[in-house]
Design a protein around this ligand. Sequence first.
Ligand SMILES: [Zn+2]
Length: 198
Amino acid sequence: MIRFPEKFNNLVDALSGFSGVGKRTATKMALHLFKNHDLAVNLELAIKEVANSIKSCPFCGNMTEAGLCNICLDDKRDKRLFCIVETVDDLINIENSDSFRGIYLVLGDHLSPLEGIGTDKLFVEPMLEKLRRNLIDEILIATNPDTNGENTALYIKELAKSYNVKITRIAYGIPFGVSLGYIDKTTLGKAIVGRSQF
Ligand SMILES: [Zn+2]
């Protein structure tokens, strides 16, 4: 069996850390970088900049370079309409559907007893703070339509139900168990518009 240089193997191991990328694909990517020096240099710089400069927005968990993110700072948005998503990836998909003009909260995860992910892993404090100060009219829960997403949605509902706030759940029109990331933007847009009381 062929033996690669140790540093090449280190790169393959690092690339294998991406979800969905196995050893074989990681090796192909590493070979591509080896053959394309400019790409490797540009990628190194871009990765360093993301690692050092991109932070989580303290209000919503979205990506930002400094302070609040551009969604939280956008005056045209309805700050009393609050959409709860599991990941930044889900936020991006909803933004691309052009169907939502409120603000977000990125939980950062979902509840999963099997994976040992409990309520302490969810970023909910900004929502609780806004609820206490009566700054929210509606909470739209857009966690994924699977078991973990449903359990997470129920937890959010439990946290919010004693406050005077409307709680809605995204409508799907797609089979249970499909991740938001796999839904086309038209279907996702309809699901936002067609949300129902939760
Ligand atoms: Zn933000």
